[in-house]
Design a protein around this ligand. Structure first.
Ligand SMILES: [Zn+2]
Length: 111
């Protein structure tokens, strides 16, 4: 019996089948913004120290974040797959280049 291990890095997207994947930090934007906003709100009372502290908290949180793999074509996010070293960060140029493939895929998956 061959078992497909989910511990293998993704080579292609299990959802749409394309191998156009990129990785980014699994960053929770609302949380990050809330921390900075809190620092800014407390800033007048703490003479700016809270802003620096909150920015530091944000930076530490960011560094501890795991990378997730995302598909350029169907935009699905894969949190459990280990990082594939060949996947680079999001590239707007590539993303625009994949636009046609994405539209073809959408048309196919709509049917
Ligand atoms: Zn996909």
């Amino acid at each position: 019996m061959t078992e497909i291990s989910d511990k293998q890095p993704l080579e292609r997207c299990p959802h749409c089948g394309y191998s156009y994947l990129y990785s980014r930090k699994d960053f929770n934007k609302p949380v990050g913004c809330a921390i900075v906003l809190l620092g800014a709100l407390l800033s007048p009372v703490t003479m700016g120290i809270s802003l620096a502290v909150c920015a530091l908290i944000d930076a530490v949180l960011y560094m501890r974040l795991k990378n997730i793999t995302i598909c350029y074509i169907c935009a699905k996010e894969f949190r459990d797959a280990p990082q594939n070293p060949r996947h680079k960060e999001f590239d707007l140029g590539l993303d625009e280049g994949y636009e046609r493939i994405r539209e073809e895929w959408r048309e196919k998956s709509d049917k």
